[in-house]
Design a binder for this molecule. Sequence first.
Ligand SMILES: [Ca+2]
Ligand SMILES: [Ca+2]
Length: 372
Amino acid sequence: MINPLHQFDFRRSPTGVIARCANRNSSNSSRSPYTCSSQHCRAGFTVIELLVVIGLILLMISIFAAVFGNTILTARERATQATILKIDGLLQQRLESFNRAVDKALEQGTNNQRYFRQVRNELGIGSANTNNYIPAMKVLSRKMLLKQTFPQSFETTEMPTNHPLLTNPAYVPANHKRETESSACLYYALTQAQVFGLPPVSPDNFSSNEVRDTDGDGLLEFIDAWGEPLRFYRWPTALVRNTTSGTTATLATASNSNPPLTYPNGTIDRQYGLVLIPDLPASTGTNLDPLGVDPDDGYGRIQSMLLGLGQSDAAFRNNYHQLDTFFTPLIVSAGPGKVLGLQEPHTTTGRLGLPASRDDLLDDISNFNNRR
Ligand SMILES: [Ca+2]
Ligand SMILES: [Ca+2]
C-alpha cells in the first residue's frame, strides 16, 4: 500500500536543488534522503524548464557582451580621438609658426628667387618669365615650402631621396609598408624637425599606445587605439572635388572670361567631406562655392598664371593638388572597421583624399569629426 503522503515528496538537497519524487519506496530507506532511484524519481527540471533557463542565461550573456563590447569600443574611440587631437594641436602650432615665417620671408623677398626657381622646376616652366606673376609665385612658394616641411609620403614629388627619414640608418626599406608613410612623416615633422624656429616636441609626449613601428621598418608612426597607423593628408582636395579622379582634368580655356567660377577638375561634392569635416564651409547659393576656393589662393592666381603661360595644370596637380579647391590638413584613423575608405596618401590621386568607399569612411575618426 502506497502511503499517499509519499506520493509527492518534495525535499531540498543541501545544494538547493529540489528533488521531486513519486512513489517513494520505504525499501529505499537506506539511501540518502536527498537521492532517488532513477526508476522512481525525476530529479531537477523538465526539458522545457531547462530550455527556458538556458535561454535566459544566453540572453543575459548576449546583453552583457553587447554592453561590455560597446564600452571597449567607446574607450578605443575616445583614446584615438585624444591622440588625434593632441597631434592636431601640435600640428596647428607649427602651421601658425610656418605661416608667420613664410609671410615674413616672402614679404621681405629674401629667398624669393630661390623659392621661385624651385617652383618653376616643379612645374616644368624653369625658363618661363614669371615676373608678371609674382603673387602667384609667392602662393606657389608657400605650397612648396609647406610640402617640404610636412611631407605625406616617400614619393619623390614629396621628399628628396636624401631626406633624413630615408637616410636614417635604422630604416629597413624591405620591411616598409606604404600605408605607414604619411604617419611616419608626421611623426618625424613633429618630433624630430624644426619648423621655422619652432623646436620639435619631445617623443615623451606620446605613449606606446600612440606611437609604434607597426611594419618593422625602423621608423615610428602614430597609431590609433586599434594599433593601425593614422593617415595624414596635407591637401585633401579630392575629398570635396571627387567627381573625377583628378587625372583627367583640363584647364578652362583662355577664351573663358571668368575662370575662377569654373571647376576644371570636377564639381564640388560635399557628401564625403562632411563625414570627416562636419564644419565644411557651406554653399552660399551663389555661383562661387567656398569649396571651390583654395585657401592659399583666393583670387585664383595660379590658374591665371598657368593660363597666361600656356601651361597645363598637370604638373601643378602632380606636385600640389586640385586647382581652386578648399582644403584643410586632415589626420584620420580608419576607425573600428580598420578600413580607411579613402585612397592612401601615397597614391598618386589618393594623396588628395579621394574617397574610395563611403561605408568604410563612416566610422573613420578625424581631427574634425571628433569634436562633437
Ligand atoms: Ca614603421
Ligand atoms: Ca573606416
